[in-house]
Ligand binder design. Sequence first.
Ligand SMILES: [Zn+2]
Length: 327
Amino acid sequence: MMRQTKISYKLFTFVFTILLLLNTYITKSLAEQKPTIVATTGMIADAVSNIAEDSVEIKVLMGSGVDPHAYRQTRSDIVTLANADLVLWNGLYLEAQMEEFLLELGNERPVIAVAEEVPNNLLISSDDYDGRFDPHLWMNPSIWSLLVLNVRDSLIKIHPEAKTKYTDNAKLYLAEIEQLGSYAKKVLGSVPEKNRILLTSHDAFNYFGQAYDFEVIGIQGISTESEAGLKRMSELVDLIIEKNIKAVFIETSVSDRNIRALVEGAKARGHAVTIGGELYSDAMGEPGSYEGTYIGMIDSNSTKIAIALGGNAPVSGLKNKLSLHKD
Ligand SMILES: [Zn+2]
C-alpha cells in the first residue's frame, strides 16, 4: 500500500513536471510567433492594443511626457524598429526628427503613416510648414476614428487570420470613442461663448478648436521647435487682458516656462489669470493609468478645459475615473 502511494506520487510529479515544461514551451513559442508592432506615439499604440489585444507584441517609442516634434530615435529604438513586423507612425511631420529614418525603413518592411491616410479634406493646413498639414489629429475623436480604421486595416494585412477579432474589437473601441466625442461636445458646449478661448504652450489644439468651436492660441507654433519671442509674449498678455481670459493651460509634453511667464506678465498689469490645468497634448499620461489611454487623455482634457473656462462637467469625467488634482 505504502509502496503504491510512493510510486503514484513519483508518477504524479513526473507527469506534472512534463506538463509544466510543455506549457512553458507552448507559451514561449506562441509569444515568439506573435507579430511585433512598433508605434511611435502612445495614442497609436492604444489603438493597436484595443484592436489586437495580446495577439501582438506592442512597443511604443515615445512614452508619457515625450515631445514627438523633438524626439529622435535612440540606438535601442533602431534595433526595435529593425525587428518590427509592422511600424505605425503618425506622419504629417509630427515625428519631424525621425521622418527620414522611417521613410527609409519603409523600403525594408511595412511602415505606415496612419494620419496620412486620412482624406486631405478633413485635415487642417499647417501655418508652420507650407504645403503640409497639422498632424495633431487625435484632438478630434471623430477624425481619430478614421485613423483607428487605418490601424485596424494595417493589422489585418499582416495578421489576416485574426480579421474577425480585429474587426469586432475595432467596432467596440470606435463606439467608446464616439461616446467620448459626444461627452466632449456636451461639456465643452456648456462653456459660455465668450470664454471659448484655449491658450496653450503650442498649437496642438486646432482640431479640437474646430470640433468644439473654440478659438485656439498656441504660444509656439504647430511644432515646438520654434522659440516664442518677447514681442509674441507681450502681444499675448495684451490679448489675455483684452479678451478677459481667466485661465490658460500647460501641456505635459512641453515646458511650462512660457505659460507661467504669461500668467506673471498679466499679473504685473493687474489681470488675474490662472493655470487651468495640465493638458495631454502630444503624449498620454503614465502607462497603466486612465489618463494613459486615449479615452482618458481626451476625457481629462475636455473636463479640465470645461471646468476652468466656466462650463459644467463632472470632476470625475466621462467614466468616473479622473482624479483631477489642482496644478
Ligand atoms: Zn505638437
